[in-house]
Structures are given as structure tokens and as C-alpha cells.
Ligand binder design. Sequence first.
Ligand code: GDP
Ligand code: MG
Length: 668
Amino acid sequence: MVLALIGNQNSGKTTLFNQLTGSNQHVGNFPGVTVEKKEGRIKNLKDVTVVDLPGIYSLSPYTAEEVVTRDFLLKDRPDGIINIVDATNIERNLYLTLQLIELNFPMVLALNMMDEVSASGGSIDIPKLEEWLGIPVVPISASKNQGVSELVSRITSVAELGTSPKRLDFCSGEVHRAIHAVAHLVDDHAFVQRIPLRFAATKLVEGDIPTINALKLNQNELETLKHITDEMEAIVGMDREAALADMRYSYIEKASAAAVHKSGETKEQRRSLQIDSVLTHKYLSIPIFITIMGTIFWLTFGVIGAFLRRIMNVGISFITGVTDTALTRAGISPIVHSLVIDGVFAGVGSVLSFLPTILVLFFFLSMLEDSGYMARVAFVMDKLLRKIGLSGRSFVPMLIGFGCSVPAVMSARTLASERDRKMTIMLTPFMSCSAKLPIYAMITAAFFTEHEALVMISLYLLGIAVAIIYGLILKSTLFRGNPVPFVMELPAYRLPSAKTITLHMWEKAKDFLRKAFTVIFVATIVIWFLQNFNIRFNPVTNSEDSMLAAVGTFLSPVFAPLGFSDWRASTALLSGLTAKEAVVSTLAVLMNVSNPEGLAPLLTKIFTPLSAFSFLCFTLLYMPCVAAFAAIKREMGSLIEAVSLMVMQTGIAWLVAFIIYQTGKVLI
Ligand code: GDP
Ligand code: MG
């Protein structure tokens, strides 16, 4: 049995999905978090699958991720629908419900967030609502796991028996006549194409192109359809879409007048309004955002992160030391000894030592996201983003880009127009992803100990500044035109839940550890090998004679104008294409360090503070890692576009680092 989980964005679908299946999908107080469908089996009911789908507001989709949901319903035909509704916003949510009912699938309405409704003194008359809608209604609270088992038993029995909704008709007057006339007209087509008749009829009256095509109507029927709808428009005095929306909303109004007893706004909504009067204030909003981000960076890199990193380093040095002595005592061959200590331990260890810093940063970021603040920032940013030709919607991918470019590029699917989507994908990689953090931290620890947080912030800002300039250029060249207007509803402010935050941090840690022990592990071994052997596979005593040095030396003239001509720097950049952390592990291997603390002093051999900064700017901006490249290629849909994006980015990185280094040389 397959059940689809359908609802508006931010209504709690993923929270419910996690409760039902016991899995740990990303929940966010942020519209657009789920962009693909996810499947899972209901706990204790192994033969029932639930599918979490992207949030939608209606069954006339216009963004790529909304199409995913509609296609799933019409093509995969689930055995039942769980329609999850945010009870604190019931009128708007029911708009989708009425359309879902028309699909005539077995369906149960899960009335979520009932905890907030009752806390505010409101109530909903469940039997009344069931009577008005003709489907079972179960009040639940997904996050508190209340009513979930009742929901499961209702939906499974409805789906097993194949019970259809008791009511399909929500219309009256002229619209009613039009829908029924069209239903008779296309009855046979809908049957042949296996499209629910009532749904087909309303979509045709609405003028929905995909349905018109799918039904394969003949010329005669198309003309009749046009005749019926023209007549309806003339009599109702509204266009077809407005007429249908009006019909649905007037039904919802009547239903909720009968069943919903509100106490006015909920406590959360009132509180949200108060907080918003400050946080989204016309002049204060941006300074507040900058202050919050500045504080987070200062705490992450200056205070907590640095402290935790020192502890981590002590641990890593200790383990390295123990292994080193053990290997020496056991009389292991010097080559293997070198592979383990100078290769694997130096490389993987140097990357691992940054794990605490990254976790601290993600702790703060998920607090901001889960509380609902980030959605406000997107809202405030709309005006600024509009200036570079993007809309506030693009802020979501950009924000995710600070974590990792791969999901960021994927989340650009939430953008409605092709133009906005491509432009967002092109700008997202400039947002400094978290894999680059170890590089920044390593270099700042070596050259800018006094101003660690300042250098970090300047790098993040540089990435943003370059994205802005590049955006302005794109807007006046490749991507003329205007972004689609931004509409996003602001979720209520909620206390971030400890569970969600721990989950985010755990996911990040898992990702990081997996990378450290796979990609980075292999990369360090390869680098160690290339560094210790020459082209004829003879071991070398001086790594300057190695294969790697040959490649690095070949590349290094390119970087000489940027201030770092040492072959080790160019090699590190090259291996950084596998994963950005590999820049750190490669340098650690190449500089022959025995513990992460030891790397900093050695770096002064190949960098000056100025060239180190220019190196950082280059790493910030040059082409993303292979995983991100693959994601970009997939989402852009063409290899040529993806490759030219990489070339462009690397060119920009070179230019910016060049300007910074050359200007710096003159000034200092
Ligand atoms: P989705 O976009 O529909 O997948 O929604 P999510 O599952 O990501 O949840 C959106 C937000 O609503 C998150 O902040 C959840 O913690 C919160 N939430 C979900 N269910 C409930 C509930 O029953 N009560 C309350 N108070 N909050 C909830
Ligand atoms: Mg979701």
C-alpha cells in the first residue's frame, strides 16, 4: 500500500513523515526544504509505504518541485492520500484539500498543529468539518506525536476499503453548470486516460494546459469547451481561474464558519507579529542581520571553535604519537610507516581537527533556520536581490550554499522561471561552502592569529560581493528581464527543537566524517604516493623530484602572479577539486607535518601573509568540487553550460586574487 503525504509548505509534512517512519529527514521552519520525494515504511506496518512530497498550494503547479507532487498523484496513483493541514491557517490550507478531494482517491485529512490551536483557546468541530468535506478528519500534532496512531489506523482502513470521498461537489450557480457540462463532455476521454473525471472537468474549466493535452480532446470538443467557459465567464463576470478560486473560497468560508472556532490569532501568531515589527523593520532589519551573523562568526571562530579545535588537536596528536611509536617499535618498513604517519594521519587528521568548528557553526545556523528567522531574512533580502535580478526566493539556495553547494543547487528547483533558476545556480557556488572552512581556519591560524574572525568574515563577504557583481553583469547580458515576483509566507516563530538541531548537527558530522574517511583518505594516499615516487616509480628522497612536483611545477607559473608559485600550493588546489577539504590534507602531507598544530609554522615557507590571503581568495572563488559540478550539470541540463560555468568561475577567482595580491603589494 502506498500513501502520499500532501500539504502546503511548512504544514509539517516532513515532521509527520519522520514520526510515521522513524526516519530522520531534514525538517525546517522554512518553505522549500523538501524538493524531492522521499519514501519510507510506516513503523510496525511493513507493507505500508508513505511518500513525503514537496509542499504545494494547488494542483496547478508552476515550479519544478510542484510538478513532482502532481505527477506523483496522477501517474503513480497512490492508494491513499494523507492531506496534512496547518490548523492555524486552516482556510488557506483547505484550498488544496478541495482540489485533492476531486481526485476521488481514498483520503484522510490530518489536522496538524492542534497543540497551537488549543493553546490559543481555539477549537475545531471535527464531526462538522468531516460533514462539510466528506472525508475523515483526524486532529494531530506531528511534532508532539499526538494523534498519529489514530491517523494511521484511519488512513489504512480507508485505503484498504478504497473508500472514496463522500462529496465531490463544492460548486454552485453558473460554475456548477459549467463543470458538470464539461464533465459530460469529456467523460469518455477521462476514462480512457485514467484521469479522475471530476478533477479533469474542473481543470479544464480552469484552463489548465497539461490536462487539456493529456485528455486528447478533438477539435469539436475543444470548441464546445471554449464555448462553455466563455459563457460562464460572461455570466459570472470573472475570468475562469478567478471564478473557480472564488467558488472554492466561498465553500471554505462556509465550512469554517460552521466548524472552526477561533480565538482570534494564536499566541504564536501574535508573538510573531511583535517580533517581526523589529526584525523586519524597514531600517533595522539589515543591521540586525549583520550583527547576528557577525556574532555567530565571532563565537564560532574566535571563542568556542578555537577552543574546541585545540582540544581536538591534542587528541589527534596523541593518537598519532602512539601509532608512530608502535610502528617504530614493531620495526615496520619505513615506507609503510611513512604512508601511515605522513600520509593518512597527517592528511585525514588535519581535516578532522576542524570538525568541532563546523559543528558549532551549524548549531547556530540551524537555530536561525528552525526559529523561522531565516525566512524573514529571505523576505528582507528580496529588495536587494531584486537589484541584481533575482528574487527573494533565490535566497534559500544561496543560504543552503553556505553549507554545501550540492543541495543548494538542487534547491534552486523551487524557483518558478528558468531564468531565475539558472541565474541562481550560477551564483550559488560563490557562497562559501563549509568544506572550505578548514582551509580558512588553517591559513588564518598560521598568518592571522590576531584577526581570525575578521579574516573569515571578509572572505564570506568577498564571496557575496563577487556574486553581486557577477549577478549585475549577468542581468545586463545573458539574463535580461525580471525575476518572478516573490511570494513566500512567513512561518510563525517557533522555539527551535533540540531534536531537530541535534539532527542537523549529526547529519553534518556524518557527512564530514564520511568524506574524511573516503575521499580525503584516498586523496591523501594518492598524494603521498605521487609525492614519494618519481615518474619511473622509484622512491625519491627529495620530494622535489617526485611526480607530483612535476605536475605542480608545471601548473605553478599560472599562480605566480597571484603570489604563490610553490608547487605544493598549486597541487593542493588541484586536489581540492575532489573535495575542498583535500586542500588542507594535501598541504599537510606535502609539508611533512606530524600533527595538526605543526602545520602553521611550516606554511610560512611557502606563503607570505599577503600571498596567503590571495590564496584564500582563490580557494573561495575557484570552481567547486566534482560533486557540485555533477549537481550543476544535472540541474542545468547541459554539459557545456556546466563546463563554461566552471571556466568562468575559475577565471573570476584568478582575476580577483590577482587584483588583491597586486594591489596589496603596492600598498604594503
Ligand atoms: P513541511 O515543509 O511541510 O515538510 O514542514 P516541516 O515538517 O518541515 O515543519 C515545519 C515546521 O513546523 C517545523 O518548524 C516543525 O517543527 C513545525 N511543526 C511541525 N508539526 C508541528 C506541530 O504539530 N506543532 C507545532 N507547534 N509545530 C509543528
Ligand atoms: Mg518538508
